[in-house]
Design a protein around this ligand. Sequence first.
Ligand SMILES: *Cc1c(COP(=O)(O)O)cnc(C)c1O
Length: 377
Amino acid sequence: MRKIQMVDLKGQYEGIKDQVNTSFQEVIENAAFINGPEVQQFQKELEDYLQVKNVIPCANGTDALQIAMMGLGLKPGDEVITADFTFAATVEVIALLQLTPVLVDVEPGSFNIDPEAIKKAITPKTKAIVPVHLFGQAANMGAIMKIAEEHNLFVIEDNAQAIGGNYHSPNGKTYKTGAIGHIGATSFFPSKNLGCYGDGGAIFTNDDKLAHTIRGIVNHGMYERYHHDVVGVNSRLDSLQAAVLRAKLPKLDSYNEARRKSADKYSEAFKGQEDVITPVRLNEDDTHVYHQYTLKIKNEKRDALAKHLQEKGIPFGIYYPIPLHKQKAYADSRYNEADFPVTNQLVQEVLSLPMHTELDAEQIEYITGTIKEFLNA
Ligand SMILES: *Cc1c(COP(=O)(O)O)cnc(C)c1O
């Protein structure tokens, strides 16, 4: 059996090696390392893929979120509602911009922000909602867009974990995740479903005026060379990264399909296991892209299982071990423990298994067999 890895980027590279090597060579020969043709071509290809009018590449996913909030003109003191159960980048940029993060609980099945909790957290200062499509499945965007409309709020999708996923809206349309709200942000960190070989990110919007504002913000607030109209940042995708992304984008659907196949094999193997709750797929077959395959391990057995996997050399992840509202940087006396029952329980139960495009049946059998043997002993 091949060595089991949490992600296998080297294995994936084998399938795109010729194209990546050739385009790297071209980028080096042309020496247009920043804003070269590769970046512009990738931007257009991603716009077509996502069916979104504007893609603005930037340096990483955290920047993408920050720039989205800057572009919307959010001001210090504005409240931004987001999920308590997510990666810290989401809340970090809210705090950095001196906006007020308002963390709310998530749903136990999908792990995504709970629309009812959003409703309860709205105040006259609320300006935006940031749903995170956690682990690769869209948040309840139908309900979230409705709340936003009723209260005149912006919706910024954190799509770092869900690129390529579909969302079947209650309005009858199917959208790519990240292209549903007013603005979307994504990351091309190497281990993401569409990852480059360094850092990268992008912002998506159908609003041309907002896109124009953002194209200036990412470039030092310049709309005309050396005229700085607004305070901007320096955040750009480089041509080598765009070359990798151009090689991978045409394969993204098959990559995500490979992840779904592995997820199905895992879930099949855990049928009937009373300590194991497999991830819920809320909608049709094309909606979950399994950035992570995350189990809930019941009856307080998670930590013992984690220790066992470590001993057996099977990689795993605990995403995320601490609710954001309990992190030193984001604790706030306004929070009430009784408002976070789901997140507080999830952090004790979640365990993510190896998930990538190169997993094979033998590896999955070994992983699931080891887990079942331990839990049923
Ligand atoms: C990875 C990730 C980010 C940040 O992306 P970087 O490119 O690492 O800055 C933001 N939000 C979520 C949910 C992520 O998973």
